[in-house]
Design a protein around this ligand. Structure first.
Ligand code: NAD
Length: 398
């Protein structure tokens, strides 16, 4: 079939198999161009990445495999491509093709890598992954938890919880950007309707499942002495705070950060460490549809690019692994115990300039103030489109 982007309401419904594999290769080549990780950081031999098919998790897996030389196991929940009943060809998700792309390249490069496709929240997928680790790898010394999920079934009660991105207490009225049309308009996001919506979001995107993974590995004797575990958070600027950090998702991130501090206690007993890294805002499937956030990201990209500070997922993960995980001694954190990889995004001059442009942003000024083109290109690249060297008029096998 010939695969083209199909975008509805800023969601891309198609993914290009070759394009996805190529953009994974480009990330791998970037890490290779930086050479092996320095001896000043704690090495990893066996890494487990939960949420490994996209965004930060995929980039973390690539750095673990190609800067540390680690054997990797990735867990992700993606729709495979293939044949439907009746023989009709069906496209998989971008994450599915990213994962295939990673495994194919890893095999060519002689890297040990396994992937599990299924619901990481479920006891079944935990058991399958642990069986695989026991059979092929031995104790895990790096566990990266990078799941971004819309829902989670509680493994004990069976209740299905859904996460929402909403303000708390009052509506959030703000400017926003439709990055496809370039129109700047006002939106109003209604607040969470009940405490239940907040609690559900914490249940899905808080730290409970991360803790369950750490405990499951430890119980099976598959967490190495001196292991590092990390998960990812976000803070962002004050003008998106009502919809993010002070909203339902912010509550989940607070829970994740509290979980890190609790895990640090048990990890330290075995010479290990647990940390939450606060990462930079990036274009992803989720951030493209959060009110106000596309406008902030488009402005931020332009300001950071002008200052030579722009980073994509792979650059952030490469900097994290090479510079922030010392072989000895504690990881440098803020007063809340968080590693701040968003230091360049949150620099005073960057934030002041983004805010100045935010005030000026209208439909007729946006293209001169913000990197709308960069936003669109990155959004498409995440789905395998607009990748250099790919012939989009050619037939591909889904
Ligand atoms: P993403 O959507 O690019 O990737 C999410 C991953 O989670 C995918 O591999 C997907 O397959 C996996 N996943 C989803 N549900 C799953 C399930 N039930 N079982 C197994 N795997 C599942 O997400 P991302 O933007 O890279 O976000 C990852 C983490 O980084 C999140 O905690 C997010 O809040 C955080 N973060 C994101 C940004 C940003 O701007 N994107 C910034 C800072 C922090």
């Amino acid at each position: 079939m010939i695969v083209q982007p199909k975008i509805r309401s800023n969601i891309c419904l198609t993914a290009h198999p070759t394009g996805c594999a190529r953009q994974v290769e480009a990330q791998i080549d970037y890490v290779l161009s930086r050479g092996p990780a320095p001896s000043s950081v704690r090495p990893s031999r066996n890494a487990l990445i939960i949420g490994s098919s996209n965004g930060y998790g995929l980039a973390a897996r690539i750095v673990a495999a190609y800067a540390f030389g680690a054997s990797t196991v990735g867990v992700a929940f993606e729709r495979p491509g293939g044949l439907e009943e009746g023989g009709r060809e069906r496209l998989g998700t971008a994450g599915w093709y990213n994962d295939r792309g990673f495994l194919a390249r890893a095999e060519r490069d002689g890297k040990a890598a396994w992937s599990v496709n299924g619901d990481a929240f479920s006891p079944e997928i935990k058991a399958e992954t642990i069986g695989l680790i026991r059979g092929h790898l031995g104790p895990i010394d790096l566990l990266v938890y990078s799941v971004a999920a819309p829902r989670r079934q509680d493994p004990v009660t069976g209740t299905l919880h859904s996460s929402v991105i909403k303000p708390i207490g009052q509506p959030f009225i703000s400017k926003t950007l439709d990055f496809q049309s370039g129109v700047v308009s006002e939106i109003c996001a209604e607040p969470a309707a009940s405490q239940q919506e907040i609690d559900d979001t914490v249940k899905v995107m808080g730290g409970e499942d991360w803790r369950l993974w750490v405990e499951a590995l430890a119980d099976e004797g598959l967490l190495a002495e001196g292991a590092t575990t990390m998960a990812f958070s976000y803070i962002g600027p004050r003008f998106t705070a009502p919809i993010y950090r002070d909203g339902t998702m912010g509550r989940a991130k607070e829970h994740l950060e509290t979980t890190a501090r609790a895990l640090q206690g048990s990890m330290a007993d075995r010479g290990g460490r647990a940390v939450v890294s606060v990462n930079k805002a990036l274009v992803t499937r989720a951030s493209a549809v959060i009110p106000a956030v596309p406008l902030y990201i488009a402005l931020l990209y332009r300001v950071m690019k002008e200052r030579g500070l722009h980073e994509a997922c792979i650059h952030q993960m490469d900097r994290l692994f090479r510079e922030h995980l010392p072989a000895e001694g504690p990881i440098a954190t803020d007063a809340e115990g968080r590693l701040r990889l968003d230091d360049w995004e949150m620099r005073e001059d960057v934030q002041a300039e983004v805010f100045r442009r935010w005030e000026l942003a209208e439909t007729d000024t946006i293209m001169t103030l913000a990197d709308v083109t960069g936003f669109r290109e990155e959004f498409l690249r995440f789905h395998g489109f607009g990748v250099e060297g790919v012939d989009y008029s050619a037939e591909v096998d889904p």
